[in-house]
Write a protein that binds this ligand. Structure first.
Ligand SMILES: Cc1ncc(COP(=O)(O)O)c(C=O)c1O
Length: 397
């Protein structure tokens, strides 16, 4: 077996199962705020597009996907991120992927130069794939703490030059999982300058980019920064997008990467061997989803109502803020996060994820410790019920 497999940590949900294994929960219906799986209904028109194209089951899809799909993705990026029309060439700047999870992993395998003792930088806490992908690609993960004092973003100014010099990929997650923090436009521009200076690739995981609160003010992404800098070759910049959260289609397995044509050429070459082409019926359903914004806006409205209601209940008793985007709350717990998680499960049958399971301890400091992640994915009434039970637990503490 591959030695590097032994470097992989147990997934946070495995750790959570262990933590709660001997806990006898109260006799109330279980509410899971632990899993970040969208629960709003999938759009019917996408399901229809999928089912009316099932005859495509008889064809092998290509890795690059059909031109109409890449055109829809490029056009969406241009509309959404202020990229000048025509700047993203669907043939060179866009590739379909089966969700961002496999793409983040595969991308790292394709980009890391194993001969160079490289680093893969990621926020800490972080989406676990960044770390596993780096380890299996033969690189060393390097974690950038996301502290509340810095708006839950890494302090990029504090990263030493010798770390940037070894950096091969910088992962960004904006809005972040679990913090909900957005990387500001000015920071993105500075990071692009650093990528040029030290020759690394920025991999911006923007799979939560469409879950924001101010309908009139969609948050910027890495492509917005490229457009603002007039960097229309998107050099060293690659973004990762997905229909999972935007369109409530986690089971469709559909997303894309867009950006630097040279990097994507290498990635396409890798993917040809990797064998992960998107089925044509999925591609056709995805076109329908990327071309429609009404369902995305309705989806945001559902999340907005849940954040409003839950924060009303929790803010008087818990140190918790509305995130910049995404569907998570990332409160500070008044007691140790493992204790909080166990007691809340025992007394109220509500599951959350301890923050320390989502971060790594570096030099004695774990940025997730003393926080928990709560995903507001369940229907409004269930989220309100969960918030009431969390409040009851906190009031008894
Ligand atoms: C930060 C982040 N990136 C990527 C993914 C993967 O999503 P998908 O593969 O469904 O696009 C997730 C899923 O929860 C996530 O939280």
């Amino acid at each position: 077996m591959n030695d590097a497999l032994s470097l992989l940590q147990p997934y946070p949900f495995e750790k959570l199962r262990g933590l709660l294994a001997d806990v006898q929960p109260a006799d109330k219906p279980r509410i899971a705020l632990s899993i970040g799986e969208p629960k709003h209904p999938a759009p019917q028109f996408v399901a229809d597009a999928l089912s009316t194209n099932l005859q495509q089951l008889s064809v092998y899809p290509t890795t690059q996907g059909i031109p109409a799909l890449r055109e829809a993705m490029a056009a969406w990026c241009e509309r959404r991120f202020g990229v000048p029309a025509g700047a993203l060439d669907p043939a060179r700047h866009v590739l379909p992927v089966n969700g961002t999870r496999e793409a983040l992993f595969a991308f790292t395998q394709a980009v890391v130069d194993r001969s160079a003792d490289g680093l893969v930088l990621s926020p800490n806490p972080f989406y676990q794939i960044y770390e596993g992908a780096a380890l299996l690609a033969g690189a060393t993960p390097h974690y950038l703490p996301c502290r509340a004092e810095n708006g839950f973003n890494p302090d990029f100014e504090a990263v030493p030059a010798q770390v940037w010099a070894r950096c091969q990929i910088l992962f960004l997650c904006s809005p972040g999982n679990p913090t909900g923090a957005l990387v500001p436009l000015e920071t993105l521009k500075k990071l692009i300058r650093l990528a040029d200076e030290y020759d690394f690739v920025i991999a911006a995981d923007e799979c939560y980019s469409e879950l924001y609160f101010d309908e009139g003010n969609p948050p910027p992404g890495l492509l917005t920064a490229c457009a603002a800098l007039g960097r229309l070759d998107f050099r060293r910049c690659v973004v990762f997008h997905s229909l999972s959260k935007r369109s409530n289609l986690p089971g469709l397995r559909s997303g894309f990467v867009a950006g630097d044509a040279e990097v994507l050429k290498g990635f396409l070459h890798y993917r040809t061997y990797h064998g992960c082409a998107m089925p044509v019926q999925t591609q056709l359903a995805s076109i329908a989803a990327w071309n429609d914004e009404a369902h995305v806006s309705a989806n945001r409205e559902l999340y907005r109502a849940k954040f409003d209601a839950v924060l009303d209940i929790l803010q008087p008793v818990l140190d918790v803020q509305r995130p910049d985007g995404g569907f998570y709350l990332w409160p500070r717990t008044p007691v140790d996060d493992l204790r909080f998680t166990r007691e809340l499960f025992a007394q109220e049958h509500v599951a959350v994820v301890p923050g320390s399971y989502l971060s790594r301890e570096i030099d004695g400091f774990s940025p997730g410790a003393g926080r928990v992640r709560m995903a507001l994915v369940a229907p409004l009434a269930e989220c309100v019920e969960a918030a009431g039970r969390i409040r009851a637990y906190l009031e008894r503490l």
